[in-house]
Design a protein around this ligand. Sequence first.
Ligand code: NAP
Length: 289
Amino acid sequence: MKTGFIGLGIMGSRMATNLIKADYTVNLYNRTKSKAEKISSKRGIVKDSPAEVAYDSDVIFTMLSTPEAVQEVVLAEEGLMAGMSKGKVWIDCSTVNPSFTKQMADLTAELGFNFLDAPVAGSLVPAEKGELVFLVGGKKTIVKYCAPLFKIMGSRFVHAGDAGMGSSLKLVNNLVMGLSFYAFTEGLLLGESLGISQQQIFDLMDGSPVAAQMINLKRQKMEQSSYEPEFPLQWLQKDLHLATQTAYEQGISLPGTNTVKEIFALAKQAGLAEKDFSVIYDFLGKMKK
Ligand code: NAP
């Protein structure tokens, strides 16, 4: 089986590297070509367009920032669709909204190709270690066919249902993550204002049922005020936006998510888009002073 990988940013570069290490041939494409060249090797072959990747591969992964980026890569003249043919599989790992995913699934079905949505839970380090969790939507037979690839890049995959259900589960996951991390940040700031040390609060939360594991994962960044991106703030804000957009489509209200999304939007506007999202702690801390 020949594979293709389009979108070699923080996540995609590491996922594609794991496929190459597992001896798969991986056709590589990234808009900024230097990122593809950085991981090229005998089995990691750099191509000039998404169409070329699709033409030479049986299963093609995309790992792109937003629904707009996916649409551009897929539908452009030299885009992914231009290189697809019957029997090939496109797996979109980008975090996008379920209604967009369903549109892409319908389009691929009309054209006679196979499609899975398979966004991931886990960030830079799990991507590097091959320990992501894939949240997969699509036909069971195609999921089974692609399972060996998920097992290389991930520790687990969940077949959530038909196309769109992987994206649905992913938005739920990131809504909970974003809001719980934000709640921790406010708790930390209140505690500090009362004279409790950062360390005491982190230690109290460590292993406590009220805390999310994410807090420990971000502890070092917050203690050192050093926010090299693992999960860029702009993409968490995008995920919260997609959750609220989806809630609108579903006719339900998510007041908390809308509020937290706007606070992340303020941080983005203040120039923090490309920092790790845990920088929200410094951003709010500065506003307090
Ligand atoms: P990233 O490092 O910013 O990479 C984004 C990728 O999208 C790059 O390859 C970029 O190309 C490409 N791209 C953006 N706009 C494009 C366009 N118009 N045309 C072609 N390519 C375009 O982001 P990431 O952290 O790897 O995240 C990728 C996806 O995974 C996002 O949907 C994110 O929400 C999701 N995700 C991220 C994490 C995480 O912890 N980082 C975890 C789970 C899921 P260039 O290099 O040319 O800019």
